[in-house]
Design a protein around this ligand. Structure first.
Ligand SMILES: *Cc1c(COP(=O)(O)O)cnc(C)c1O
Length: 381
């Protein structure tokens, strides 16, 4: 049996009959960039997220960049974020020559530890950037409380969490001042290339983000601000519009697969209690708060002992898995100049050695998941 980490071809088979006529329509119309189809997608995503404004952009990384540029982040400024995330979170800040300030992670959710944010705030702090890693919300109540106390805007990196709800039912990416999403193909809602989205409930921010997406231009050829080319192609918007109708069922499929993992692993733990110390399953902490989309499992990420050997063993058995992420920001060569102290990040330093993401995409079968668990148990036996 083969179990790939992700199988986008099987997803495409479900939607091919709807997507291909749309691709042809765009090809024949030669409406290439922005335009009616992008606007329609923005409206549908605003409705889905229950947010006032959405602005479609060229990627998740550009969503973060345009959000920071809209808030006038300059080289004198500091932005607080978790040290354990995908590079774009920190890269977007560093690209504006501002200083990314790193915070250690929560060992259960892998998200930023809210208890350690306040001590990192200085008079230079211009934004807090929590990340909803792997599709589970960060501790937004605690984060928003600190942000309000110091009057600091919050930019949510919700790149992996389009559709994730927080315990009050609000969608992540609509709780802070600006939310940023990615349509990278491996995200739960993936385009046929790069794409992203910015969401906000603030009318003035939304207006500025729209200008910033197109070189800060308003009206045509008049520039009050310096923006960039952060525009989305029409061809991506029609693919996303079709997929959006399936998104809830795909989230549901991922949650069902996560449940299979819990069942099969828990059965194995009963047989062999020692395994419980070697394999730690991810925890959906908002599961019992009445929120439907408590975790959308963009990744199903376990913590494991002898992780690298386990990864090799699974690869040999044709089971796809990967390490998100092997290096925290404070250890990246490009951030050496920040002179962070490694001892300040004990949790993230363990995570990078232990995390392993297993296949959880919606088209997986119960047999495939059972096979993955069997092989992991075999490795430790
Ligand atoms: C994917 C991702 C991004 C960047 O999105 P792109 O669309 O690939 O530019 C940013 N932050 C996080 C946490 C991500 O997972």
């Amino acid at each position: 049996m083969k179990v790939p980490l992700l199988d986008l071809k099987s997803q495409y088979e479900q939607i091919q009959h709807e997507v291909e006529p749309e691709l042809l329509r765009i090809a024949r119309s030669q409406m290439c960039i922005l335009g009616k189809d992008v606007e329609l997608l923005e409206q549908n995503l605003a409705k889905y997220l229950n947010v006032k404004h959405t602005i479609a952009v060229s990627s998740g990384s550009d969503a973060l960049l345009v959000a920071l540029m809209t808030l006038n982040i300059t080289p004198d400024d500091e932005v607080i974020m978790p040290t354990f995330s995908f590079f774009a979170t920190a890269g977007s800040v560093a690209r504006l020559f501002a200083k990314p300030v790193f915070v250690d992670s929560d060992p259960v959710t892998f998200n930023i530890d809210p208890k350690q944010i306040e001590q990192k705030i200085t008079e230079k702090t211009k934004a807090i950037m929590p990340v909803h890693l792997f599709g589970q919300s960060a501790a937004m109540d605690e984060i928003m409380q600190i942000a309000k106390k110091y009057n600091i805007p919050v930019i949510e990196d919700a790149a992996q969490a389009l559709g994730t709800q927080y315990k009050d039912g609000k969608f992540v990416g609509t709780i802070g001042d600006i939310g940023c999403f990615s349509f990278y193909p491996s995200k739960n809602l993936g385009a046929f290339g790069d794409g992203g989205l910015v969401a906000t409930n603030d009318d003035l921010l939304a207006e500025k983000i729209k200008f910033m997406r197109n070189h800060g231009m308003n009206p045509k050829y008049y520039h009050k601000f310096i923006g960039g080319n952060f525009r989305l192609d029409a061809i991506q918007s029609v693919v996303l519009a079709v997929k959006l109708n399936y998104l809830e069922s795909w989230h549901e499929g991922r949650r069902k697969n996560a449940e299979f993992y819990y069942q099969y692993f828990n059965d194995a733990f009963i047989q062999n209690p020692e395994l419980k110390e070697l394999i730690i399953l991810p925890k959906a902490i908002y599961k019992n708060t009445g929120v439907r989309n408590h975790h959308i499992y963009n990744q199903f990420t376990i913590k494991s002992k002898k992780r690298d050997a386990l990864k090799d063993f699974l690869a040999k058995n044709e089971i796809g898995c990967d390490i998100y992420y092997p290096v925290p920001f404070h250890k990246q060569e490009c951030f050496k100049y920040l002179q962070n102290n490694d001892a300040d990040f004990p949790v993230a330093n363990i995570l990078v050695d232990e995390v392993l993401s297993l296949p959880v995409y919606p088209e997986l079968t119960e047999e495939q998941i059972s096979f993955v668990v069997t092989k992991i148990v075999e490795f430790y036996s």
